[in-house]
Design a protein around this ligand. Structure first.
Ligand code: HEC
Ligand code: HEC
Ligand code: HEC
Length: 432
């Protein structure tokens, strides 16, 4: 609560100070680097379909089991709940009446067709970088799909956050409407990757920490942040705490298939990003993304997590039997692992049935806070890649105490570290 109040004051002061910039909006159409997937798409609608996928519009604008792009997905914010809009071409409940300029203004400036401000839970802060041509291709694609009549639930936000005009202050303080400008000194591939990462795939919206006003802290770009209860790890070029030691091929595997041998699997929001979006990138576009990632300055971030690639406990374990040296305090966790997890994960972290279940080398099991281990136990995993499906059941029915025991055992066994998970941290994560 205190944090929210402080942010509010910061927000209002900063906003008021910068209010005179409010009308400042970059009207330039911008030029987009030519992505492989766009160059080979053919029609305007096919181009829009590719761009919408790369931008993952569907993830936020579709509820589980709901119609694509019909909105209604709840966003739980510290000050209430907001729902994503219906962005199908239905004229009554969707955006069927919007002109090209209306749609461009929403993506470039975060302003609705009735002039009201949109909340930055909609990442227009990233989409602002898109070229006008690319935005209009996305519109052409959305308007080519069936219209769905479904009213968007009204937001339930507390005062003063329920005042849309107040977002104008936030914009004035933290947002600049501007298009992507290619860097002439960099290669075409790098520019394609930068456009993909920043304008479309909005990696930063999850991987970059936020400041006290909930705006991205660009000085810590991609150095790791918490998103919906999950830890989005540091993906800067840092060799110890980031992805500096991953090979290009490993990054390629992870981004396209949600798993890289020796580095674990994409779970939670990252699993969804791979499933809905990243697996569909054209191969050269994934390569471009990697080339850009390599250039993001190395930083330790707020929650530095180094990997122990071969803990003692694993060296002493077989695939089918645990190390005989597990400390007494971890025995309850070991027995839970034996009963519910070992059949898929094995005792040496190798992973039976699918390589995706290999735990050795994963960032999650090396993070002593256990945040993503707990999230995975609570939510399981269900990622569809190509025609295959990667599955782990949810174990939310376990008690907070059992999940804490289990998590600390997993962190000890596969990360070689003393886990710090308590029943209280599990209870807090459950509420997310
Ligand atoms: C991270 C989640 C997220 C992603 C990704 C996302 N949106 Fe949204 N979008 C939202 C939310 C939440 C709102 C509602 C904001 C509000 O009410 O202020 C919204 C609102 C909108 C609106 C305003 C509609 C209206 O009637 O007010 C448009 C247009 C829109 N989004 C288009 C898109 C497009 C196009 C994409 C992909 C390029 C996209 N969105 C991706 C979360 C998202
Ligand atoms: C039916 C097989 C199965 C069972 C049973 C199972 N898992 Fe998993 N688990 C998987 C698969 C497959 C993945 C990879 C999911 C993905 O790709 O996102 C995974 C992922 C994980 C991860 C995340 C690894 C990473 O790279 O981030 C952790 C931690 C984990 N499991 C722990 C457990 C624990 C603890 C249990 C027992 C309570 C358990 N699992 C039971 C199949 C299983
Ligand atoms: C919706 C939020 C979200 C978006 C968008 C997102 N990520 Fe992630 N990412 C995560 C989370 C959460 C994890 C941790 C997954 C896990 O441990 O199972 C992750 C994990 C990763 C990892 C593995 C890091 C490690 O050390 O294990 C890489 C690499 C990565 N993301 C790259 C990217 C790139 C590149 C983009 C943009 C193209 C991106 N992510 C977009 C949330 C996101």
């Amino acid at each position: 609560m205190k944090r929210i109040l402080i942010s509010l004051v910061v927000l209002l002061l900063a906003g008021a100070g910068a209010y005179h910039y409010l009308t400042r909006s970059d009207p330039s159409p911008g030029t987009a680097p030519v992505l492989q997937g766009v160059a080979t798409a053919g029609s305007l609608i096919a181009r829009g379909a590719y761009l919408a996928r790369a931008a993952d519009c569907v993830a936020c604008h579709t509820t589980a089991g709901g119609k694509a792009f019909a909105g209604g997905l709840a966003f739980k914010l510290p000050f209430g709940t907001l729902y994503s809009s219906n962005i199908t071409s239905d004229p009554k409940t969707g955006i069927g009446n919007w002109s090209d300029d209306d749609f461009v203004r929403a993506l470039h400036d975060g302003i609705r067709h009735d002039g009201q401000r949109l909340y930055p839970a909609f990442p227009y802060t990233s989409y602002s970088l898109l070229s006008r041509d690319d935005v209009l291709a996305i519109k052409a694609y959305l308007f080519s799909l069936p219209a769905v009549e479904q009213a968007t639930p009204l937001p339930a936000l507390s005062f003063p956050f329920n005042q849309r005009w107040a977002m104008g202050l936030w914009n004035a303080a933290f947002f600049k409407s501007e298009r992507f400008v290619p860097e002439a000194a960099k290669s075409a591939q790098w520019n394609q990757g930068a456009y993909l990462a920043n304008a479309l795939a909005h990696c930063a919206e999850c991987h970059t920490p936020r400041n006290i006003g909930f705006a991205l802290d660009h000085r810590n770009a991609l150095a790791g942040a918490v998103v919906n209860g999950w830890q989005a790890p540091n993906i800067t070029a840092d060799a110890l705490y980031g992805i500096g030691k991953w090979s290009d091929e490993e990054l390629y595997q992870y981004l396209r298939f949600g798993h890289a041998a020796g580095h674990g699997s994409a779970g939670g929001p990252m699993g969804e990003a791979v499933e809905n979006s990243l697996q569909y990138l054209a191969p050269q576009d994934t390569r471009a993304l990697i080339s850009y990632l390599r250039s993001v300055p190395a930083r330790a971030g707020h929650n530095p997590v180094a990997i122990n690639p071969q803990p003692d406990s694993v060296a002493k374990s077989g695939a089918y039997a645990p190390a005989p040296t597990t400390p007494a305090g971890l025995q309850p966790g070991l027995r839970l692992f034996e009963a519910s997890c070992a059949s898929c994960h094995q005792w040496n972290g190798g992973g039976a049935q699918t390589g995706n279940a290999a735990l050795l080398g994963a960032r999650a099991v090396n993070d002593v806070s256990g945040r993503n281990v707990v999230q995975t136990i609570l939510h399981g995993a269900n990622m569809r890649i190509g025609s295959g499906e990667v599955l782990m059941p949810s174990f939310a029915s376990f008690t907070d105490d059992e999940i804490a025991q289990l998590s600390n055992y997993v962190i000890f066994q596969f990360g070689g570290k003393p886990g710090k998970v308590t029943p209280e941290t599990v209870a807090a994560q459950r509420k997310n």
